[in-house]
Design a binder for this molecule. Structure first.
Ligand code: ATP
Ligand code: MG
Length: 230
């Protein structure tokens, strides 16, 4: 459904991705793993049109992906960045309303995301700034779902969260996976990522250095040690 073919990208003069090849298949979860600075977030920012593709191609459903972030989102890819990017000065309710108005109708409604994350229902009148890290992450995921995406792209959803919240986020993403939502997941948490993923790529120095199934990498201690420091 999403395919990066020989993609070079980076920040201004600084090249970070060198011939990135990644395929995410419909109805599956792809985990992108790799050490700090390997180029995982850069890969996602390039997919989302936040960084220009210097060469190579990105296709979504067989056609070249849109250029502007807004059009990419509109085509059905929702992105939860590392920074979560909720509106801190707005209430939870306002954050959800803005997201649900953005791309009109679909299966996801404010009621349904509150069903998924009841905690948000209890915090509707709280400001974004008053939320815990876990609640902010729930809100960021809820906002992404309200865009009714066909592909959900998540950058380190567990970063900085307490183990009990990591487990909650894990279980909710597992529910979404069972419903057939396609996902691309960047993670440092190896156990979290490999228990959610069907397919795995390992990135090192801006390239894919390993690819296979989640089962394969769980059994491959050499790759874990060499490229992930697990
Ligand atoms: N805004 C930027 N300007 C210049 N270089 C950057 C910028 N952001 C990241 N880089 C560089 O790009 C490389 C890859 O960074 P990236 O954020 O993609 O890594 P990552 O795999 O997501 O790592 P982490 O696990 O720490 O989030 C790093 O060397 C980093 O220093
Ligand atoms: Mg990153």
């Amino acid at each position: 459904m999403l395919e990066l073919n020989a993609v070079n990208s980076g920040y201004g003069e600084t090249q970070v991705l060198y011939g990135m090849n990644v395929t995410a298949q419909s109805g599956r979860v792809l985990a992108i793993l790799g050490r700090n600075g390997a180029g995982k977030s850069t890969t996602l920012k390039t997919i989302m049109g936040l960084l220009p593709t210097k060469s190579g191609t990105i296709t979504f459903d067989g056609a070249p992906i849109a250029k502007r972030p807004f059009d990419i989102a509109k085509s059905g890819i929702a992105y939860v960045p590392e920074t979560r990017d909720i509106f801190p000065s707005l209430s939870v309710r306002e954050n959800l309303e803005i997201a649900s108005k953005r791309f009109g109708d679909g299966a996801w409604t404010i009621e349904r995301v509150i069903d998924l994350f009841p905690r948000l229902g209890e915090r509707l009148d709280n400001g974004g700034m008053q939320l815990s890290g876990g609640e902010q992450q729930m809100l960021a995921i809820a906002r992404a779902l309200l865009m009714n995406p066909r592909l959900l792209v998540l950058d380190e959803p567990t970063e900085g969260l307490a183990p009990i919240i990591v487990k909650l986020i894990h279980d909710k993403l597992q529910d979404l996976r069972r419903e057939g939502l396609s996902m691309v997941l960047v993670e440092q948490n190896f156990g979290f990522a490999t228990s959610l993923a069907d397919d795995v790529v390992v990135v090192g120095k801006g390239q894919v250095v390993w690819s296979g199934s989640a089962d394969e990498i769980r059994a491959d201690h050499e790759t874990q040690h060499k490229w992930l420091g697990v």
